[in-house]
Design a protein around this ligand. Structure first.
Ligand code: NDP
Ligand code: MG
Length: 504
């Protein structure tokens, strides 16, 4: 019997995990779980699972559930999640919360010697080196739940050692807007974005799929999980989401893992590894019925966030955390109707460029500067990036009547009546002086030539590869837009780094 702590039980991965567990009562038991806001679902889960301990999103929820379930212990917040993962009887922690909130409990779980079934990719994106080193030091397994990584993990089982691996190829469905042009993207809505062609997932990851931020996060996740260089990670557009991902061995063989779009399969494999067992109510899957599968190169001009993810991944240090944090805030604002779809990319790029500005010398002198940062720095940069991007969102909302985007050449003529007081001086230093549209050409300066969609071939596989050239100086143009420089310098100073002077 495996005792599981399930972080994010009320979400999409959480519920798929519950399904696997309740269908295998002799194998698995959910000893503790966490949820955030969905108290009705949590209530049902307590009824079904009878956990010893539940971590709620708020103290109010603890008070309510405490009365209803006197036999279960409750706590809340991050401290509660940490308590949930560290319980002595827990064997494995399945991390299915969305976003960076998963990082600290995962680290605590590793330090307590618990194996990790990892769905929360943000954990490895933010602090991959730290997490993987901690896992090694505590002799803990990190078992992938993400379908692409599970596929690669399963294919790697066929190799004798890592030297036999040439490269990995992560497949991408292309998300809700894969057939729209960038022009079309100006008019898309939240409900359009949430309509994924192949997968039923939580809202954040569904939006991330459409921007290919999700694929970018997966590239960085794979880099850490499999200790593989970015040059040897490829991305391939595969609309059917049947080939979950593949590897190429040194002798040129391609090994792939195929299956239906059903997250219960990788979840169960992570929980039963190294064994396999029957997947109860397995989804019907017939290749003959499917007929054909398609593979296309990814057009990085169309999906600039994927190219940016490769760049921040190669840069290392805190840059992937900046990319991730900016995206989390921007996606949340988009889902709440505060910003438009293309603003997500705009804000992520701005945040990355702003941080790169702070570490400008490192970037320009050393293409792959890979500076070592502490976990504290990463968490602080994560916090500051969130504040920064939130301030842009607030500014956009404040001026919503006068501007559609931050891209304007002139000051608005009439200042609008703000609904609530927001002190821009406090939140943003510097001004929105110049138009700072996503400069796709710059971003794509090392993108491969476009390849027309074709059948599955090695030629296309390599053509689909993401840029292998290291970051060029001109890739990160420093504009006059900046922010909270003092706070950033303060952090750098605290960690003994160089302070960079930036001209506004
Ligand atoms: P969902 O949005 O469906 O679920 C998120 C879960 O996290 C919910 O239980 C939610 O609680 C909880 N949660 C959200 N915010 C907080 C917070 N601030 N504090 C504590 N708990 C919180 O997400 P998914 O299940 O889709 O994704 C979860 C993770 O798995 C993500 O990292 C995603 O990238 C990854 N993943 C998901 C896949 C999928 O198919 N869905 C595939 C591969 C990876 P509540 O509902 O109660 O508010
Ligand atoms: Mg995935």
């Amino acid at each position: 019997m495996k005792n599981i702590c399930l972080l994010g039980a009320t979400g999409s991965i959480g519920m798929s995990t519950v399904d696997v567990v309740v269908k295998n009562p002799e194998k698995f038991n959910i000893t503790s779980f966490s949820f955030n806001s969905n108290i009705d679902r949590a209530r049902k889960l307590i009824d079904i699972l009878h956990p010893d301990f539940v971590c709620c999103g708020s103290f109010e929820a603890v008070k309510v559930l405490n009365e209803e379930f006197p036999e279960t212990r409750f706590s809340y917040g991050e401290a509660g999640m940490i308590e949930a993962v560290k319980m002595p009887q827990i064997d494995v922690v399945l991390t299915a919360v969305s976003g960076s909130i998963g990082l600290k409990p995962t680290i605590e779980a590793i330090q307590a010697g618990k194996d990790i079934a990892l769905a929360n990719k943000e954990t490895l994106v933010m602090a991959g080196e730290f997490v993987m080193n901690a896992a090694q030091n505590h002799n803990v397994k990190i078992l992938p739940v993400d379908s692409e990584h599970s596929a690669i993990f399963q294919c790697l089982e066929a190799l004798h050692d890592g030297k036999e691996l040439r490269e990995i190829t992560i497949t991408a469905s292309g998300g809700s807007f894969r057939d729209l042009s960038r022009e079309d993207l100006k008019h898309v809505t939240v409900s359009d974005a949430l309509n994924h062609p192949n997968w039923q997932m939580g809202p954040k990851i569904t939006v991330d799929s459409s921007t290919m931020v999700n694929k970018g996060l997966e590239v960085i996740e794979a880099h850490h999980l499999f200790n593989i260089d970015y040059d040897n990670i490829k991305v391939l557009l595969h609309r059917e989401s049947v080939v979950h991902s593949l590897i190429t061995t040194v002798d040129g063989a391609l090994l792939a893992q195929l299956g239906p779009s059903d997250m219960r399969e990788p979840i169960q494999y992570a929980l039963t590894y190294p064994e396999r067992s029957e997947l109860i109510d397995e989804k019907y899957f017939d290749l003959a019925e499917m007929g054909s599968l398609s593979f296309e190169a990814v057009d990085l001009m169309r999906f600039p966030m994927l190219a940016l993810a490769f760049k921040v991944g190669r840069m290392g240090g805190e840059m992937p955390a900046v990319f991730n944090a900016a995206n989390e805030v921007a996606v949340e604002a988009f889902l709440k109707g505060k910003i438009e779809y293309l603003d997500i990319e705009d804000f992520v790029l701005r945040a990355v460029k702003s941080r790169a500005q702070i570490v400008q010398i490192n970037v320009t002198v050393n293409n792959n500067y890979n500076r070592e940062v502490t976990l504290e720095t990463i968490l602080e940069v994560d916090r500051l990036t969130r504040e920064l991007v939130q301030s842009w969102v607030d500014a956009l909302v404040l001026f919503a009547d006068d501007i559609n985007h931050l891209h304007f050449d002139q000051e608005p003529e009439i200042a609008p009546e703000p609904e609530e007081e927001i002190d821009l001086e406090d939140t943003i230093s510097g001004t929105f002086e110049q138009s700072d549209e996503l400069n796709l050409k710059e971003l794509m300066s090392d993108a491969p030539a476009e390849v027309t969609p074709d059948a599955f071939s090695l030629e296309n596989l390599s053509a689909a590869s993401a840029p292998a050239t290291p970051i060029a100086e001109e890739v990160l143009p420093y504009d006059t837009f900046s922010f909270d420089l003092e706070a950033y310098n303060e952090i750098n100073n605290k960690n003994g780094d160089n302070i960079i002077k930036v001209d506004f």
